[in-house]
Design a protein around this ligand. Sequence first.
Ligand code: ASP
Length: 421
Amino acid sequence: MGINNTLTIKILVFMFAGFFLGLLVRALLSFGIDISYFLDNVLVIGGDVFLALFQMLVVPMVFVAIVCGICSFERSHAISKMGLKSLFLFIITTTVAILLAIIAAGIFNVGSEMQLETVNKMPLSYMPSLWQFIHDVVPSNPIKAMAESNMLQIISFSVLFGIGINISGEHGKKIAAFFYDLNAVGVKYITLLMYLAPYGVFCLMAVLAASHGFKLIIEMLEYFVAVLLALFLHAAFTFSMMLYFSKLSPKVFFHKIYSTMLFAFGLSSSNASIPISLDAVEHQLGVSKRVASFVIPFGTSINKNGTAIMQSIATLFIANAYHINISLMGYVILFLMIVFISLGTVGAPGVGLVTLIVVLKQLGLPIEGMALVIGIDRLLDMVRTAVNVTGNAMVACLVGQSEKQLNHEVYHKIEASISTI
Ligand code: ASP
Protein backbone atom coordinates (compact mmCIF):
# COMPACT_ATOMS: atom_id res chain seq x y z
CA MET A 1 0.00 0.00 0.00
CA GLY A 2 1.78 3.12 -1.16
CA ILE A 3 0.95 6.80 -1.45
CA ASN A 4 -0.41 7.69 -4.87
CA ASN A 5 -1.12 10.84 -6.83
CA THR A 6 -4.84 10.58 -6.26
CA LEU A 7 -4.22 10.88 -2.55
CA THR A 8 -1.96 13.89 -3.04
CA ILE A 9 -4.68 15.61 -5.08
CA LYS A 10 -7.33 14.62 -2.54
CA ILE A 11 -5.30 16.16 0.29
CA LEU A 12 -4.93 19.41 -1.66
CA VAL A 13 -8.62 19.54 -2.56
CA PHE A 14 -9.63 18.92 1.07
CA MET A 15 -7.12 21.51 2.23
CA PHE A 16 -8.71 24.19 0.03
CA ALA A 17 -12.21 23.02 0.93
CA GLY A 18 -11.30 23.33 4.63
CA PHE A 19 -9.86 26.76 3.98
CA PHE A 20 -13.05 28.02 2.33
CA LEU A 21 -15.22 26.48 5.02
CA GLY A 22 -13.08 28.29 7.59
CA LEU A 23 -13.60 31.58 5.73
CA LEU A 24 -17.33 30.93 5.70
CA VAL A 25 -17.35 30.20 9.44
CA ARG A 26 -15.38 33.41 9.99
CA ALA A 27 -17.85 35.44 7.94
CA LEU A 28 -20.86 33.93 9.72
CA LEU A 29 -19.32 34.59 13.11
CA SER A 30 -18.65 38.19 12.14
CA PHE A 31 -22.35 38.57 11.20
CA GLY A 32 -23.23 37.41 14.69
CA ILE A 33 -24.39 33.95 13.63
CA ASP A 34 -23.16 31.71 16.39
CA ILE A 35 -21.77 28.52 14.92
CA SER A 36 -19.00 28.18 17.48
CA TYR A 37 -20.52 24.86 18.59
CA PHE A 38 -19.75 23.40 15.14
CA LEU A 39 -16.31 25.00 15.11
CA ASP A 40 -15.29 23.81 18.57
CA ASN A 41 -16.87 20.40 18.55
CA VAL A 42 -16.49 19.18 15.01
CA LEU A 43 -13.60 21.00 13.38
CA VAL A 44 -11.35 21.57 16.40
CA ILE A 45 -11.84 18.05 17.71
CA GLY A 46 -11.38 16.53 14.24
CA GLY A 47 -8.06 18.38 13.85
CA ASP A 48 -6.89 17.53 17.36
CA VAL A 49 -7.63 13.83 16.90
CA PHE A 50 -5.68 13.80 13.65
CA LEU A 51 -2.68 15.48 15.29
CA ALA A 52 -2.89 13.06 18.21
CA LEU A 53 -2.75 10.15 15.76
CA PHE A 54 0.58 11.53 14.56
CA GLN A 55 1.87 12.30 18.03
CA MET A 56 0.97 8.83 19.23
CA LEU A 57 3.64 7.42 16.98
CA VAL A 58 6.46 9.79 17.87
CA VAL A 59 7.98 8.05 20.88
CA PRO A 60 7.81 4.44 19.65
CA MET A 61 8.82 5.36 16.12
CA VAL A 62 11.81 7.47 17.13
CA PHE A 63 13.03 4.75 19.48
CA VAL A 64 12.66 1.95 16.94
CA ALA A 65 13.95 3.93 13.95
CA ILE A 66 17.04 5.21 15.76
CA VAL A 67 17.88 1.71 16.98
CA CYS A 68 17.58 0.52 13.35
CA GLY A 69 19.73 3.42 12.17
CA ILE A 70 22.47 2.48 14.64
CA CYS A 71 22.15 -1.20 13.68
CA SER A 72 22.74 -0.19 10.06
CA PHE A 73 26.20 1.03 11.14
CA GLU A 74 27.02 -2.54 12.07
CA ARG A 75 25.57 -3.93 8.85
CA SER A 76 27.56 -1.47 6.79
CA HIS A 77 30.84 -1.45 8.71
CA ALA A 78 30.70 2.30 9.15
CA ILE A 79 33.89 2.32 11.13
CA SER A 80 35.82 1.55 7.96
CA LYS A 81 37.60 4.38 6.18
CA MET A 82 34.82 4.48 3.63
CA GLY A 83 32.24 4.71 6.40
CA LEU A 84 33.98 7.61 8.05
CA LYS A 85 34.34 9.45 4.74
CA SER A 86 30.63 9.03 4.04
CA LEU A 87 29.70 10.14 7.55
CA PHE A 88 31.88 13.22 7.19
CA LEU A 89 30.24 14.12 3.86
CA PHE A 90 26.76 13.48 5.26
CA ILE A 91 27.44 15.84 8.14
CA ILE A 92 28.82 18.53 5.79
CA THR A 93 25.86 18.35 3.41
CA THR A 94 23.34 18.33 6.29
CA THR A 95 25.03 21.34 7.88
CA VAL A 96 24.91 23.31 4.63
CA ALA A 97 21.29 22.22 4.13
CA ILE A 98 20.29 23.53 7.56
CA LEU A 99 22.18 26.80 7.04
CA LEU A 100 20.53 27.34 3.66
CA ALA A 101 17.16 26.59 5.23
CA ILE A 102 17.71 29.10 8.02
CA ILE A 103 18.71 31.75 5.47
CA ALA A 104 15.66 31.01 3.31
CA ALA A 105 13.37 31.17 6.36
CA GLY A 106 14.96 34.53 7.27
CA ILE A 107 14.63 35.98 3.76
CA PHE A 108 10.96 35.06 3.54
CA ASN A 109 10.41 35.87 7.20
CA VAL A 110 8.13 32.86 7.27
CA GLY A 111 5.14 33.06 9.59
CA SER A 112 6.01 36.43 11.11
CA GLU A 113 2.76 38.06 9.96
CA MET A 114 0.70 35.58 11.94
CA GLN A 115 -0.44 36.07 15.50
CA LEU A 116 -1.19 32.58 16.69
CA GLU A 117 -1.98 31.87 20.31
CA THR A 118 -1.27 28.53 21.87
CA VAL A 119 -3.68 26.76 24.18
CA ASN A 120 -0.64 25.01 25.48
CA LYS A 121 0.39 26.78 28.65
CA MET A 122 3.91 25.41 28.79
CA PRO A 123 6.81 27.83 29.22
CA LEU A 124 7.28 27.99 25.48
CA SER A 125 10.47 29.92 25.26
CA TYR A 126 12.32 27.67 27.66
CA MET A 127 15.83 27.08 26.33
CA PRO A 128 18.29 25.19 28.50
CA SER A 129 21.87 26.34 28.92
CA LEU A 130 24.55 24.25 27.24
CA TRP A 131 25.47 22.54 30.54
CA GLN A 132 21.87 21.89 31.43
CA PHE A 133 21.43 20.48 27.95
CA ILE A 134 24.34 18.03 28.43
CA HIS A 135 23.05 17.09 31.88
CA ASP A 136 19.55 16.49 30.52
CA VAL A 137 20.66 14.22 27.72
CA VAL A 138 21.16 11.06 29.77
CA PRO A 139 18.01 9.54 31.28
CA SER A 140 18.22 7.80 34.64
CA ASN A 141 15.00 6.04 33.71
CA PRO A 142 14.28 5.53 29.99
CA ILE A 143 10.68 4.49 30.63
CA LYS A 144 10.10 7.77 32.45
CA ALA A 145 11.80 9.61 29.58
CA MET A 146 9.38 7.91 27.16
CA ALA A 147 6.36 8.60 29.33
CA GLU A 148 7.34 12.26 29.50
CA SER A 149 8.27 12.38 25.78
CA ASN A 150 11.70 13.69 26.67
CA MET A 151 13.09 13.49 23.16
CA LEU A 152 16.72 14.12 23.88
CA GLN A 153 16.79 11.38 26.49
CA ILE A 154 14.91 9.00 24.21
CA ILE A 155 17.45 9.66 21.46
CA SER A 156 20.45 9.04 23.71
CA PHE A 157 18.88 5.87 25.12
CA SER A 158 18.07 4.62 21.61
CA VAL A 159 21.61 5.27 20.39
CA LEU A 160 23.11 3.40 23.36
CA PHE A 161 20.61 0.58 23.03
CA GLY A 162 21.47 0.29 19.32
CA ILE A 163 25.18 0.14 20.15
CA GLY A 164 24.37 -2.56 22.74
CA ILE A 165 22.62 -4.60 20.05
CA ASN A 166 25.56 -4.16 17.69
CA ILE A 167 28.05 -5.55 20.17
CA SER A 168 25.89 -8.46 21.28
CA GLY A 169 26.75 -10.89 18.49
CA GLU A 170 24.11 -13.47 17.61
CA HIS A 171 21.68 -12.32 20.32
CA GLY A 172 21.96 -8.78 19.02
CA LYS A 173 21.21 -9.93 15.47
CA LYS A 174 17.89 -11.43 16.58
CA ILE A 175 16.89 -8.27 18.41
CA ALA A 176 17.97 -6.13 15.43
CA ALA A 177 15.79 -8.24 13.11
CA PHE A 178 12.86 -7.68 15.47
CA PHE A 179 13.45 -3.92 15.40
CA TYR A 180 13.59 -3.89 11.58
CA ASP A 181 10.21 -5.61 11.55
CA LEU A 182 8.79 -3.10 14.04
CA ASN A 183 10.12 -0.32 11.85
CA ALA A 184 8.29 -1.69 8.83
CA VAL A 185 5.07 -1.80 10.87
CA GLY A 186 5.58 1.85 11.92
CA VAL A 187 5.95 2.87 8.28
CA LYS A 188 2.68 1.12 7.42
CA TYR A 189 0.97 3.00 10.24
CA ILE A 190 2.10 6.31 8.73
CA THR A 191 0.87 5.22 5.30
CA LEU A 192 -2.49 4.54 6.91
CA LEU A 193 -2.46 7.98 8.51
CA MET A 194 -1.83 9.51 5.10
CA TYR A 195 -5.15 8.08 3.99
CA LEU A 196 -6.82 9.95 6.83
CA ALA A 197 -4.85 13.10 6.03
CA PRO A 198 -7.48 14.70 3.72
CA TYR A 199 -10.02 14.76 6.57
CA GLY A 200 -7.53 15.83 9.24
CA VAL A 201 -6.12 18.54 7.00
CA PHE A 202 -9.68 19.68 6.18
CA CYS A 203 -10.46 20.25 9.88
CA LEU A 204 -7.10 21.83 10.69
CA MET A 205 -7.33 24.26 7.79
CA ALA A 206 -10.91 25.18 8.56
CA VAL A 207 -10.01 26.06 12.15
CA LEU A 208 -6.99 28.11 11.08
CA ALA A 209 -8.87 29.94 8.33
CA ALA A 210 -11.74 30.70 10.71
CA SER A 211 -9.36 32.55 12.97
CA HIS A 212 -6.91 34.02 10.44
CA GLY A 213 -8.74 34.50 7.19
CA PHE A 214 -6.89 35.03 3.92
CA LYS A 215 -3.59 35.95 5.53
CA LEU A 216 -3.16 32.27 6.32
CA ILE A 217 -2.86 31.19 2.71
CA ILE A 218 -0.23 33.85 1.97
CA GLU A 219 1.87 32.77 4.93
CA MET A 220 1.61 29.12 3.96
CA LEU A 221 2.57 29.98 0.41
CA GLU A 222 5.64 31.81 1.66
CA TYR A 223 6.65 28.76 3.66
CA PHE A 224 6.08 26.54 0.65
CA VAL A 225 8.19 28.74 -1.63
CA ALA A 226 10.96 29.08 0.99
CA VAL A 227 11.24 25.28 1.34
CA LEU A 228 11.17 24.73 -2.43
CA LEU A 229 13.79 27.38 -3.02
CA ALA A 230 16.13 26.01 -0.35
CA LEU A 231 15.68 22.47 -1.71
CA PHE A 232 16.41 23.65 -5.23
CA LEU A 233 19.47 25.69 -4.21
CA HIS A 234 20.84 22.84 -2.15
CA ALA A 235 20.56 20.36 -4.99
CA ALA A 236 21.70 22.75 -7.71
CA PHE A 237 24.36 24.65 -5.81
CA THR A 238 25.71 22.63 -2.86
CA PHE A 239 25.75 19.31 -4.67
CA SER A 240 27.22 20.85 -7.83
CA MET A 241 29.98 22.62 -5.90
CA MET A 242 30.94 19.45 -4.08
CA LEU A 243 31.09 17.50 -7.32
CA TYR A 244 33.00 20.30 -9.01
CA PHE A 245 35.64 20.41 -6.27
CA SER A 246 36.03 16.65 -6.60
CA LYS A 247 36.66 17.17 -10.32
CA LEU A 248 33.41 15.52 -11.35
CA SER A 249 31.08 17.22 -13.79
CA PRO A 250 27.80 18.27 -12.11
CA LYS A 251 26.15 18.46 -15.51
CA VAL A 252 26.86 14.82 -16.22
CA PHE A 253 25.83 13.85 -12.70
CA PHE A 254 22.42 15.51 -12.95
CA HIS A 255 21.86 14.21 -16.43
CA LYS A 256 22.38 10.66 -15.21
CA ILE A 257 20.59 10.90 -11.88
CA TYR A 258 17.59 12.74 -13.30
CA SER A 259 15.37 9.69 -13.77
CA THR A 260 16.20 8.45 -10.26
CA MET A 261 15.14 11.87 -8.93
CA LEU A 262 11.84 11.59 -10.77
CA PHE A 263 11.32 8.12 -9.38
CA ALA A 264 11.97 9.29 -5.81
CA PHE A 265 9.72 12.30 -6.45
CA GLY A 266 6.88 10.05 -7.55
CA LEU A 267 7.20 7.59 -4.68
CA SER A 268 8.19 9.99 -1.86
CA SER A 269 10.29 7.20 -0.47
CA SER A 270 14.08 7.05 -0.28
CA ASN A 271 13.87 3.43 0.84
CA ALA A 272 11.85 2.38 -2.17
CA SER A 273 14.27 4.27 -4.42
CA ILE A 274 17.33 2.29 -3.26
CA PRO A 275 17.33 -0.24 -6.14
CA ILE A 276 17.01 2.35 -8.90
CA SER A 277 19.48 4.62 -7.16
CA LEU A 278 22.01 1.80 -6.90
CA ASP A 279 21.56 1.04 -10.56
CA ALA A 280 22.17 4.66 -11.61
CA VAL A 281 25.17 5.16 -9.32
CA GLU A 282 26.79 1.92 -10.39
CA HIS A 283 25.96 1.61 -14.07
CA GLN A 284 25.53 5.22 -15.15
CA LEU A 285 27.91 7.05 -12.87
CA GLY A 286 30.56 4.32 -12.73
CA VAL A 287 30.87 3.96 -8.95
CA SER A 288 32.09 0.48 -8.00
CA LYS A 289 29.62 -2.01 -6.58
CA ARG A 290 31.61 -2.08 -3.32
CA VAL A 291 31.15 1.67 -2.73
CA ALA A 292 27.64 2.00 -4.14
CA SER A 293 26.20 -0.92 -2.18
CA PHE A 294 27.65 0.58 0.97
CA VAL A 295 26.96 4.32 0.64
CA ILE A 296 23.44 4.24 -0.79
CA PRO A 297 21.77 2.07 1.91
CA PHE A 298 23.88 3.70 4.64
CA GLY A 299 22.95 7.21 3.46
CA THR A 300 19.31 6.26 3.06
CA SER A 301 19.10 5.27 6.71
CA ILE A 302 21.03 8.18 8.23
CA ASN A 303 21.23 11.10 5.79
CA LYS A 304 18.29 13.20 4.64
CA ASN A 305 19.24 16.67 3.44
CA GLY A 306 15.84 17.50 1.99
CA THR A 307 14.04 16.51 5.17
CA ALA A 308 16.50 18.60 7.22
CA ILE A 309 15.60 21.63 5.07
CA MET A 310 11.87 21.16 5.52
CA GLN A 311 12.21 20.59 9.27
CA SER A 312 14.39 23.66 9.80
CA ILE A 313 12.07 26.00 7.89
CA ALA A 314 8.93 24.46 9.41
CA THR A 315 10.33 24.91 12.92
CA LEU A 316 11.14 28.57 12.30
CA PHE A 317 7.79 29.09 10.59
CA ILE A 318 5.92 27.74 13.61
CA ALA A 319 8.11 29.68 16.07
CA ASN A 320 7.46 32.92 14.15
CA ALA A 321 3.75 32.26 13.81
CA TYR A 322 3.46 31.95 17.61
CA HIS A 323 5.90 34.82 18.11
CA ILE A 324 8.37 32.72 20.03
CA ASN A 325 11.97 33.83 19.84
CA ILE A 326 14.58 31.17 19.29
CA SER A 327 17.82 32.04 21.04
CA LEU A 328 21.28 31.20 19.75
CA MET A 329 21.24 28.12 21.98
CA GLY A 330 17.88 27.26 20.45
CA TYR A 331 19.49 27.26 16.99
CA VAL A 332 22.25 24.96 18.27
CA ILE A 333 19.61 22.58 19.63
CA LEU A 334 17.68 22.84 16.38
CA PHE A 335 20.80 21.86 14.46
CA LEU A 336 21.68 18.95 16.76
CA MET A 337 18.13 17.67 16.86
CA ILE A 338 17.81 17.69 13.09
CA VAL A 339 21.15 15.93 12.60
CA PHE A 340 20.29 13.25 15.16
CA ILE A 341 16.72 12.87 14.14
CA SER A 342 17.86 11.97 10.61
CA LEU A 343 18.84 8.69 12.22
CA GLY A 344 15.22 8.17 13.17
CA THR A 345 13.62 9.35 9.94
CA VAL A 346 12.77 6.30 7.92
CA GLY A 347 12.87 6.92 4.16
CA ALA A 348 9.14 6.61 3.62
CA PRO A 349 6.33 9.07 2.84
CA GLY A 350 5.42 11.49 5.61
CA VAL A 351 7.95 10.29 8.18
CA GLY A 352 9.67 13.68 8.23
CA LEU A 353 6.47 15.14 9.66
CA VAL A 354 6.50 12.70 12.57
CA THR A 355 10.10 13.49 13.39
CA LEU A 356 9.38 17.22 13.03
CA ILE A 357 7.24 16.79 16.15
CA VAL A 358 10.39 15.66 17.98
CA VAL A 359 12.18 18.88 17.06
CA LEU A 360 9.18 21.02 18.05
CA LYS A 361 8.84 19.24 21.38
CA GLN A 362 12.50 19.66 22.21
CA LEU A 363 12.35 23.37 21.47
CA GLY A 364 9.14 23.78 23.47
CA LEU A 365 7.16 24.88 20.40
CA PRO A 366 3.43 24.17 20.18
CA ILE A 367 2.59 20.96 18.36
CA GLU A 368 -0.67 22.55 17.12
CA GLY A 369 1.59 24.53 14.81
CA MET A 370 1.86 21.37 12.71
CA ALA A 371 -1.52 22.39 11.31
CA LEU A 372 0.28 25.08 9.33
CA VAL A 373 2.53 22.66 7.50
CA ILE A 374 0.68 19.35 7.23
CA GLY A 375 -1.65 20.35 4.37
CA ILE A 376 1.06 21.28 1.90
CA ASP A 377 3.51 18.67 3.03
CA ARG A 378 2.57 16.03 0.47
CA LEU A 379 4.01 18.08 -2.38
CA LEU A 380 7.07 19.10 -0.39
CA ASP A 381 7.62 15.48 0.61
CA MET A 382 7.94 14.53 -3.05
CA VAL A 383 10.55 17.19 -3.74
CA ARG A 384 12.55 16.66 -0.56
CA THR A 385 12.68 12.92 -1.17
CA ALA A 386 14.24 13.60 -4.58
CA VAL A 387 16.84 15.79 -2.82
CA ASN A 388 17.48 13.11 -0.17
CA VAL A 389 18.13 10.51 -2.83
CA THR A 390 20.29 12.82 -4.97
CA GLY A 391 22.40 13.75 -1.94
CA ASN A 392 23.22 10.13 -1.26
CA ALA A 393 24.08 9.49 -4.91
CA MET A 394 26.36 12.53 -4.89
CA VAL A 395 28.14 11.32 -1.74
CA ALA A 396 28.54 7.87 -3.33
CA CYS A 397 30.33 9.52 -6.30
CA LEU A 398 32.59 11.55 -4.01
CA VAL A 399 33.51 8.54 -1.89
CA GLY A 400 34.03 6.49 -5.07
CA GLN A 401 36.30 9.19 -6.44
CA SER A 402 38.38 9.46 -3.28
CA GLU A 403 38.66 5.66 -2.91
CA LYS A 404 39.65 5.36 -6.57
CA GLN A 405 36.51 3.31 -7.08
CA LEU A 406 34.94 5.43 -9.75
CA ASN A 407 35.27 4.56 -13.40
CA HIS A 408 35.75 7.92 -15.15
CA GLU A 409 35.10 6.46 -18.53
CA VAL A 410 31.64 5.33 -17.45
CA TYR A 411 30.96 8.58 -15.55
CA HIS A 412 31.82 10.74 -18.52
CA LYS A 413 30.31 8.52 -21.15
CA ILE A 414 27.48 10.69 -22.30
CA GLU A 415 24.95 10.55 -25.01
CA ALA A 416 25.08 13.05 -27.82
CA SER A 417 22.28 15.01 -26.17
CA ILE A 418 24.37 16.23 -23.29
CA SER A 419 27.67 16.71 -25.09
CA THR A 420 26.03 19.51 -27.01
CA ILE A 421 24.74 21.33 -23.88
N1 ASP B 1 9.74 10.91 2.36
C1 ASP B 1 11.07 11.17 2.83
C2 ASP B 1 12.01 10.12 2.31
O1 ASP B 1 11.60 9.04 1.97
C3 ASP B 1 11.16 11.24 4.33
C4 ASP B 1 10.41 12.47 4.81
O2 ASP B 1 11.04 13.53 4.85
O3 ASP B 1 9.20 12.39 5.10
O4 ASP B 1 13.20 10.35 2.21
